[in-house]
Design a protein around this ligand. Structure first.
Ligand code: SF4
Ligand code: F3S
Ligand code: FES
Length: 232
């Protein structure tokens, strides 16, 4: 079938404003949006810029607005979208070029919550053992692929780019509820700051956007509760 692909393009070294470019692309119903982008780049306009790596929903590098929703280009089939498809860069991040956005601030926030195991004891001879029940406590938030679809769909983030954002909170949750971790207090301090977890207004856009199906609002609620219990 013939698909009309509209891409919001912008080159900050050349353009004053973003503009829509249109491409006619021959595609199968079972092709993905990523295949359309490849087709344009390889056969029509080599200057089109976008990120991708794994091509299979694992690396998180090709989140973008597809027909108005944050999705992974490698996961969305053409037959779900029809013959007119529009693609834009994630909202709320500076655009570097076309669909490539500057994620430095996003990853700084991720790093600020210490997304790794903080251990007081030296490592044992083999492994830090954990019961299946204790592992289950944070299973959902281990699934994050850091695609930023949640944070860039959040109106609280759009209105305040300093908000830590759901992705960083999800990754804090991953370690806060790990019974082997000793870094809770430092993490909770970051989450309790004025641009921390309290900026979440339970809008749920993040849950809609997450390609991994993580119950983000629930995780955020659990972090808020941990902070409230800590105060008493
Ligand atoms: Fe992406 Fe979901 Fe992780 Fe957010 S929580 S960064 S949407 S995988
Ligand atoms: Fe934003 Fe999700 Fe909270 S959309 S306001 S982080 S529930
Ligand atoms: Fe890796 Fe889409 S290219 S998630």
């Amino acid at each position: 079938m013939q698909v009309k692909l509209r891409v919001k393009r912008f080159d900050r070294e050349r353009d004053r404003e973003p503009y829509w470019a249109e491409y006619e692309v021959e595609a199968e119903a079972t092709d993905r949006v990523l295949d359309l982008l490849h087709s344009v780049k390889w056969y029509q306009d080599g200057t089109l810029s976008f990120r991708r790596s794994c091509g299979h929903g694992i690396c998180g590098s090709d989140a973008m607005l597809i027909n108005g929703r944050n999705r992974l280009a490698c996961k969305v089939l053409i037959k779900e979208l029809g013959k007119r498809i529009s693609v834009e860069p994630l909202r709320g991040f500076p655009v570097v070029k076309d669909l490539v956005v500057d994620q430095q601030a996003f990853f700084r926030k991720f790093e600020s919550v210490q997304p790794y195991l903080v251990a007081e004891e030296p490592p044992p001879a083999r492994e830090r053992r954990q019961s299946p029940e204790a592992r289950e406590r944070f299973d959902d938030t281990t699934k994050c692929i850091l695609c930023a679809a949640c944070t860039t769909s959040c109106p609280s983030f759009w209105s305040n780019p300093n908000y830590l954002g759901p992705a960083a909170i999800v990754n804090a949750h991953r370690f806060l509820f790990d019974d082997r971790d000793a870094g809770q207090e430092a993490r909770l301090q970051v989450l309790n700051q004025s641009d921390g977890v309290w900026r979440c207004r339970t809008i749920f856009n993040c849950v809609e956007a997450c390609p991994r199906g993580i119950d983000i609002t629930r995780a955020i609620g659990e972090v808020k509760k941990a902070l409230l219990l800590r105060r008493t």
